[in-house]
Design a binder for this molecule. Structure first.
Ligand SMILES: *Cc1c(COP(=O)(O)O)cnc(C)c1O
Length: 396
């Protein structure tokens, strides 16, 4: 792995023609330590946000010992990368072969489900094992989140009683899990969901051993500045403490975005300018899927040795492929004199950015460089680092 002091240094020294992924292990380690120290329970890293083995090892060193995996490929990857990690297979709809291999070859004992069919599938694949931790996924509202996860998975109110009772019979430990949607902008998302959990427990009258509040913890992006994560932890702790669960019950969470967003950014070059449209070297089929498809705004900064004094102006981006949909509307605020040959850092791409890259149309890049400067924004530092003028995320 190449190392460099800063993003600016990479752009000016290497002048890369293809996009470069920058990684900041210290930022990810800091996020891991924050969750380990401050979340009032156990934190599982949701691997889908960014499965990079380097990141997995960094989080492990930061104290994250449990990993939320959703496919047999993720099971194999984490088992190989971190042999002592505990794996929790939290996709509610799994292939029976995947469950079989996870249980019998990789020691996985924790599975989620949201139907009786899936419960039966798990019991068949695990040969009616008596050492299972089974988490019933409840459907909860995504109203406080930027990205909904409310349609696809989760048992409905009318279904939870039978499902919880049947799962209680089969499980060594019974859990209840949910996901409030990604980038939850209010702690209310969790307190409301915990009220759903309470109703389900009371209705089924079962003993519950694990409450898993899932992912959804926010990161920081332009126009999306959440309150401090401590507020989320407090709301969750209060809700958990008031639930009718067994005295020794455990509280879990599954952050993906919050543990990985600050880990990566990318450097791209401007290949053409047309008015306020910049044609850059990465896009919708690279690390900018969310920017293209759901209009996500990532922080941007011009990487020029002599900082531009020009007004910040709203730009949109076109990616490098020949596809019209390879378009990121932004707005991305950059100095008005930006032009062909300039380099831009696009930040906070460690979650659902670097992991989404395809090779469509021949535009891809494996180039990864470790840098020592701070991420473009952070939820884990007292003062937001403001390295460059165009870097400032305006608050409020
Ligand atoms: C995607 C996912 C997560 C992580 O969600 P974030 O919003 O990235 O924190 C956690 N748990 C499950 C079951 C998921 O599908």
């Amino acid at each position: 792995m190449h190392k460099h002091p800063s993003a600016l240094g990479v752009a000016t020294a290497l002048k890369p023609a293809a996009p470069v992924t920058l990684i900041r292990p210290e930022a990810a380690a800091r996020a891991a330590r924050f969750f380990v120290e401050k979340f009032p329970g156990r934190s599982l890293y949701a691997v889908k946000a960014n499965p990079s083995p380097d990141l997995l090892r960094t989080l492990w060193d930061g104290g994250i010992t449990h990993y939320d995996v959703a496919s047999i490929a993720e099971v194999r990857l984490v088992a190989e990368t971190l042999p002592d990690a505990k794996l929790c297979f939290m996709h509610p709809v799994k292939a029976e072969e995947a469950i079989f291999e996870a249980y019998h070859s990789h020691g996985v004992r924790t599975f989620s489900l949201d139907t009786i069919d899936e419960l039966e599938k798990i019991m068949r694949a695990c040969r009616d094992a008596t050492d299972l931790e089974l988490c019933v996924r409840l459907r909860v509202s995504s109203e406080h989140s930027e990205l909904s996860l409310a349609s696809k998975f989760g048992a409905e109110l009318g279904e939870t009683r039978e499902l919880l009772m049947a799962t209680r019979q089969a499980a060594d430990a019974l859990g209840i899990c949910f996901h409030v949607g990604s980038q939850a902008m209010s702690p209310r998302a969790y307190s409301d969901a915990i009220e759903r959990v309470r109703a389900a427990i009371v209705d089924a009258a079962v003993t519950v051993d694990i409450i898993d509040v899932g992912g959804g913890f926010p990161s920081i992006y332009p126009g999306m500045e959440p309150v401090a994560l401590e507020n989320y932890f407090e709301a969750i702790h209060r809700g958990f403490e008031s639930l009718p669960v067994s005295y020794s019950s455990e509280l879990w969470c599954e952050p993906g975005r919050a543990l990985s967003a600050e880990y990566s950014s990318i450097i791209v070059r401007v290949e053409r300018r047309r008015g306020t449209e910049l044609y850059i070297t990465d896009g919708a089929y690279g690390a900018l899927f969310d920017a293209a498809h759901i209009g996500w705004r990532f922080p941007v900064a011009l990487l020029r040795e002599d900082e531009s004094e020009e007004e910040l102006t709203a730009f949109s981006f076109y990616g490098p492929t020949c596809d019209d949909m390879d378009h990121m509307v932004g707005p991305f605020m950059l100095p008005a004199d930006i032009g062909v040959g300039d380099y831009i850092e696009i930040g906070m791409l460690g979650a659902y950015g670097a992991a989404m890259r395809t090779g469509f149309n021949g535009f891809t890049s494996e180039a990864t460089i470790e840098v020592a400067d701070e991420p473009m924004a952070s939820l884990y530092t007292e003062v937001m680092p403001v390295r460059r003028r165009s870097n400032v995320i305006k608050l409020g």
